[in-house]
Ligand binder design. Structure first.
Ligand SMILES: Cc1ncc(COP(=O)(O)O)c(C=O)c1O
Length: 392
């Protein structure tokens, strides 16, 4: 790998950072889900909402049809709650195979589960019809699709329930949500607030990231010093920090609620502005990268709030190594199947798992930074293309 000089090093975190002013902002009513939902429960994680949905809809001891393209933690939550996942096909463009879904509906099927990938809408209306024809509930998993819509229809509004994750899109310390659509009422417990120390620890991390984002080398140095002091304090005070973004479901955390600070920060955001900035950054990458890597999608449909830019690569490890060396926190998107899913039965999904890298396009990244990101990605995939030519 070529040497990266300090001046070439960027700071491009995968998640948006917390600006100090956001702690002082005043919350306002929002027209976005889940905040505007008439029936909503908030949790620490989205996975808690998945678990509770199984219990609430009585899906335990039955089958839930789920996509073969999944994170894995949502499947773990379903299984822990007592449901059996049965997998349906997803094609190479994140397209749900509706015929396969219908074929797999059987006497044991208790619900259909749709995941909207990175803000890109899945076929909610079609699955709604299918679910209604068979008398099944539809679960819409929007964990990667907060603030996103299919045209004017918000994601999460079509299913019997919508599931959201707040901390992947907004600079909040934790947060997931379960919205209940339709007129049926469920009496759900109000989950207790998480330990304040955990919220504090995540909030400080996000503030330090912001310092580095704004402060360049000085901010980076300061962040390093404060972090090492902070780690010592966390250890010394044995602060309980419930990590977010983890790969596995943990039953011990299933009852954990969302912190009041999350709501405050979330509602103080300019949510429409966030959608606009993410779309602007996505368009920019699409234009700059299409000639070095065939885009997964040639356009950005109306209403979509992209979580990241899905870059298609030949050799994930190599490209990610080069991007990390440049300071871009590119993420290996969904490498692994849940063990209950037979990878050999879903070759297109296996190929997606081998080839998609997340490139950040969130609201903190200015047009200038995006120009640097695009240039770095072009550099990073060039050797990848050479090796493809050699092997192809
Ligand atoms: C599709 C999907 N559903 C649910 C979850 C769980 O989200 P959380 O980390 O908030 O529990 C994830 C996490 O990445 C996910 O990708």
């Amino acid at each position: 790998m070529e040497e990266v000089t300090p001046s070439q090093r960027l700071f491009v975190p995968s998640l948006p950072t917390l600006w100090p002013s956001m702690l002082l902002g005043r919350g306002k009513p929002s027209s976005f889900l889940p905040f505007c939902a008439p029936s909503v429960r908030y949790f620490y994680f989205a996975r808690n909402a998945v678990w509770l949905t199984v219990k609430m809809l009585g899906l335990d001891k039955g089958e839930v049809l789920v996509p073969a393209y999944h994170h894995g933690v949502e499947i773990e939550a379903l299984v822990d709650a007592g449901a059996t996942p049965r997998f349906y096909r997803v094609g190479s463009r994140w397209d749900v195979d509706l015929e396969d879904v219908e074929k797999k509906i059987g006497p044991k099927t208790k619900a259909l589960y749709l995941i909207h990938y990175a803000g890109f809408p899945g076929p909610a209306a079609e699955l709604r019809q299918l679910a209604d024809r068979h008398g099944l509930p539809l679960i819409e998993d929007c964990a990667l699709s907060l603030l996103s819509a299919d045209g004017t229809v918000p994601l999460g509004a079509t299913g019997d329930v919508g599931i959201f994750c707040l901390y992947k899109t907004l600079p909040v310390p934790n947060g997931g949500a379960l919205t209940i659509n339709g007129s049926r009422q469920y009496s759900l417990p109000e989950p207790p607030a998480p330990p304040a120390t955990s919220t504090f620890s995540h909030t400080v991390s996000a503030l330090l990231q912001n310092l580095e984002l704004r402060g360049g080398a000085v901010g980076r140095g300061l962040r390093r010093v404060i972090r090492s002091l902070g780690h010592g304090t966390v250890r010394a005070a044995s602060i309980e920090r419930v990590a977010t973004g983890t790969q596995h479901f943990n039953r011990q955390h299933v009852d954990l609620g969302m912190s009041p600070l999350t709501r405050r920060i979330a509602l103080a955001q300019d949510l429409e502005g966030i959608v606009d900035k993410r779309r602007r950054n996505y368009f920019f990458l699409l234009g700059r990268l299409r000639e070095v890597s065939t885009p997964l999608f040639n356009q950005l449909p109306a209403g979509v709030c992209p979580l990241f830019y899905p870059l298609v690569v030949q050799d994930k490890a190599e490209v990610m190594g080069r991007l990390h060396a440049r300071g871009i926190d590119a993420i290996d998107f969904w490498r692994h199947f849940h063990p209950a899913c037979d990878a050999a039965a879903f070759p297109e999904v296996a190929q997606l798992r081998r080839s998609i890298v997340e490139i950040p396009c969130h609201q903190d990244l200015s047009p200038e930074v995006m120009a640097d990101v695009a240039a770095a990605v072009r550099e990073a995939v060039k050797p990848d293309r050479r090796s493809r030519k050699r092997t192809g």
